[in-house]
Write a protein of this length. Structure first.
Length: 151
């Protein structure tokens, strides 16, 4: 019995690590994601996609499975897939003027303003470069605000 546990443990760890490596998309609503992102001091990553969209599917099968991208987004963002064919996505599509797919947005949850808009297929490397640029600017701005306020 102990031998079985010893053999089973590495398999569980491997599966757990591989699941963490990819981008984790939330099952929450947009409003719930905003609330959680505010609480955790994270940005919101929105992926506007459709089942009929070949570049969307390609990104799901490649880009969003990338370990480095997964770590970056899971650490700094709450990610949400928005299925553009669902009636419930209409208000969000209109709010952010989405008319091409895939479209990915980084949103500041405090004011719901777009920090970054990316349209079309992106590799993990390109996506990470763009996201890191926003994160670096955000961190620099926070540091400057802390220095100005004497924190």
């Amino acid at each position: 019995m102990n031998n079985l546990r010893i053999l089973f443990l590495p398999v569980v760890l491997l599966v757990t690590l591989s699941l963490r490596a990819q981008v984790t998309f939330s099952d929450l609503t947009y409003t719930e994601v905003l609330t959680l992102a505010k609480k955790e001091n994270k940005l919101v990553f929105l992926d506007f996609r459709a089942d009929w969209c070949k570049p969307c599917i390609d990104m799901e099968q490649t880009t969003f499975l990338d370990t480095s991208l997964g770590n970056l987004l899971n650490t700094n963002c709450i990610s949400l897939k928005v299925d553009v064919d669902q009636l419930s996505s209409r208000d969000l599509r209109n709010k952010y003027a989405i008319n091409s797919y895939p479209t990915m947005l980084l949103i500041d949850p405090m004011n719901e303003k777009v920090q970054l808009r990316m349209i079309g297929f992106k590799t993990a490397k390109i996506l990470m470069g763009d996201i890191n640029m926003v994160l670096d600017f955000r961190n620099e701005t926070e540091e400057n605000n802390n220095v100005s306020s004497g924190k």
